[in-house]
Write a protein that binds this ligand. Structure first.
Ligand code: MG
Ligand code: ZN
Length: 218
């Protein structure tokens, strides 16, 4: 079927660009993290809190992917880190060609950690390699503990799962144990962090994990 052929070609091309990204960041010893979530998980807020904590510890840079507007990049730029906004104009995921273009516009000479905030969508971003070292899936407690069952591919390709908005647990039916059980069924190797970007609770172990990654990356 021609549709399948086209999709294969697209993914093959994507993988070539992803390889170029890997070569580009390997030279500078940069760790690249691809953040996946549905809209409203608190991804940008979490990223802002993470940048605050990493300030004076690790030099970071951010690529922001959004369907429209640069308002997330404006928020990130306040933290004085290099940031490039990719506006996909309706496109529902980032691909490696877009990320490579963005990388080439950035001064990464002092950067050790690059966050790519993907378009808010738990479906197709999982299929596109962006040359990252790790995919990170973020789920808010406001989303329901059945998310991993509904979007198994995203949870399968991720190495880390951040459960955000734990400060709201007393008011929600979200069951953390059920969520973790559902996610671990899909991906037994997944590492979980429970945190609240808003209150700062639980951020420490996540920050430690990030620091360990930049140390471990050859
Ligand atoms: Mg955002
Ligand atoms: Zn898409």
């Amino acid at each position: 079927m021609s549709v399948i052929t086209v999709e294969r070609k697209v993914l093959k091309k994507n993988d070539q660009y992803a390889l170029e990204i890997r070569e580009h960041v390997a030279l500078q010893k940069i760790v690249v993290l691809n953040l996946l979530s549905s809209p409203g998980s608190g991804k940008t807020t979490l990223l802002e809190k993470t940048l605050e904590k990493l300030k004076n510890r690790i030099n970071t840079a951010v690529i922001e992917g959004d369907v429209q507007t640069d308002q997330d990049a404006v928020r990130i730029a306040r933290h004085n880190v290099p940031v490039v906004q990719i506006v996909t104009n309706g496109g529902c995921h980032l691909d490696a060609a877009l990320v490579l273009d963005a990388l080439k516009q950035m001064d990464l000479s002092a950067v050790r950690l690059l966050f790519i905030e993907n378009v808010g969508n738990l479906v197709c971003p999982a299929g596109f390699d962006l040359g990252e070292h790790h995919k990170i899936v973020i789920a808010g407690t406001t989303e329901g503990d059945d998310k991993p069952l509904k979007y198994p591919k995203t949870f399968r390709v991720a190495d880390v799962c951040l459960i955000n908005k734990i400060d709201l647990l007393p008011y929600l039916d979200f069951n953390v144990d059920v969520f973790i059980e559902n996610a671990a069924k899909t991906n037994p190797g997944l590492t979980f962090f429970q945190l609240s970007a808003k209150t700062g609770e639980g951020l420490g172990p996540w920050i430690d994990w990030l620091e360990n990654r930049t140390v471990a990356q050859p």
